[in-house]
Design a protein around this ligand. Structure first.
Ligand SMILES: [Zn+2]
Length: 101
């Protein structure tokens, strides 16, 4: 049975997008807080419904089902579309060196 036919998206936990988002943002984004531009729901990014296929990852709002963000990868480029997000916020890395004054 072939489960990898073209165009088929697998629905997975939002944490599954963590590795790919790490490549885009350079940090773990699964705990980042997102606000849906459609319904204003605030939740951790890892809480989003996630669909993956060979072309990339789509995160969907768990409340209203609208697309929050889309990551598309080809052999030559990367695209990150954030139209469905009103806001994305994350805490500063506590291990990051701070300048003493
Ligand atoms: Zn929503």
């Amino acid at each position: 049975m072939d489960t990898t036919h073209p165009g088929h998206r697998r629905r997975v936990d939002g944490n599954a997008a963590g590795g790919l988002l790490l490549e885009y943002f350079g940090r773990d984004m699964t705990t980042a807080r997102t606000r849906c531009a459609h319904c204003d729901r605030v939740a951790a990014l890892a809480d989003a419904v996630t669909e993956v296929d060979d072309a990339g990852v789509i995160l969907l709002c768990r409340s209203c089902g609208h697309t929050l963000l889309t990551c598309l990868s080809t052999a030559t480029s990367r695209t990150l579309a954030l139209r469905g997000l009103a806001e994305i916020a994350w805490d500063q890395d506590p291990e990051r060196p701070r300048t003493a004054s």
